[in-house]
Design a protein around this ligand. Structure first.
Ligand SMILES: [Zn+2]
Length: 311
């Protein structure tokens, strides 16, 4: 238990060092309440990174019980690997899934969100019943307060974005479930993640759900995870598609690839010749721009796709 206390003390000290001005001392002053992880994320407007879509090696393409493209929610996992990054986990699972009989849609850490299997199809992450219902995402472990907060922002963003992409409501315990809840509901696995790791970082599934709901509502209403301007105001000059899905699926029915364009400093677009998007792939988008009567959506720093290719 002294270890636990030491960890709590360290946690408090790190918070105090960063937020010495924001500590709240309760009225009877026997208890010091530190800023929560969610407060830290929101007050610092920690910006989630974009979802990277990389096709993985998992080749068991099965639809959910309601069909292809019809997940019922998202399972939140935690890797239980002290040191592995999302990149490490992606490499490991792409190599070893046939041996370990396990695969998920995405891995998230404090720097990256890597989606390795289309969420239109199921994966092997939590027993057959859950695998036939849910998108599944693994959070990688980090061990500093700031890295943990960043990883949580990324994880919550992934969950919210997928709920929106598949037109699902955000209902904690129903459309957003922990692996722990899945184990208790279906009794096909005994895993309890991410509860223990969350607790070790002073966090809980309830708090995670609070952040997901915040992101979900803001993405739906404003197109970004934080509703007030300031952090994300440089969206293009045509940002009025309020409901705009943040994820585009692109397809070129006349070819194998979807062409992309680069925006030049003079405001014109030029065809990118050494890169294209694969057909039927999903891309995060954040900006819209009109040029010569064509609407373009931005999918990378300077890569734009004409909406004529958006499915
Ligand atoms: Zn799990």
């Amino acid at each position: 238990m002294s270890k636990k206390i030491n960890r709590d003390v360290l946690w408090l000290l790190s918070l105090i060092s960063v937020f010495f001005g924001i500590l709240l001392i309760s009225s009877n002053s026997t208890e010091v309440k530190a800023q929560t992880v969610n407060d830290y994320i929101i007050s610092n407007k920690i910006q989630p990174v974009s979802i990277q879509y990389r096709e993985g090696t998992f080749n068991d393409w099965f639809g959910y019980e309601n069909g292809v493209g019809k997940p019922e929610g998202v399972v939140v996992h935690e890797t239980a690997d002290y040191n592995a990054t999302a990149e490490n986990e992606v490499s490991f699972f792409n190599r070893d899934w046939p041996r370990i009989q396990s695969y998920v849609h995405a891995f998230v850490d404090n720097n990256e969100i890597i989606n390795i299997h289309s969420a239109d199809y199921g994966v092997w992450g939590a027993g057959p019943t859950a695998n036939n219902k849910y998108i599944q995402v693994e959070l990688c472990e980090t061990h500093t307060q700031d890295a943990f907060a960043r990883s949580i922002a990324n994880d919550a963003y992934y969950v919210a974005a997928k709920l929106i992409q598949y037109n699902l409501p955000d209902i904690p315990g129903k459309t957003v479930v922990s692996h722990d809840q899945v184990s208790k509901m279906y009794h096909e696995t005994s895993h309890t993640d991410p509860v223990g790791f969350f607790a070790s970082m002073g966090y809980s599934m309830d708090q995670f759900n609070d952040l997901v709901i915040t992101y979900y509502n803001n993405l739906k209403n404003f197109g970004s995870v934080y509703n007030n301007t300031g952090s994300n105001t440089n969206a293009g000059n045509n940002n009025n598609s309020s409901s705009s899905a943040n994820v585009l699926r692109v397809n070129n029915s006349n070819g194998d690839y979807v062409p992309i364009m680069a925006l030049r400093t003079d405001g014109t677009f030029a065809r990118v010749t050494n890169r294209a998007l694969m057909n039927n792939t999903d891309w995060q988008t954040d900006k819209t721009r009109e040029y010569n009567g064509v609407t373009y959506r931005r999918v990378a720093t300077n890569e734009w796709v004409a909406t004529t290719y958006v499915v």
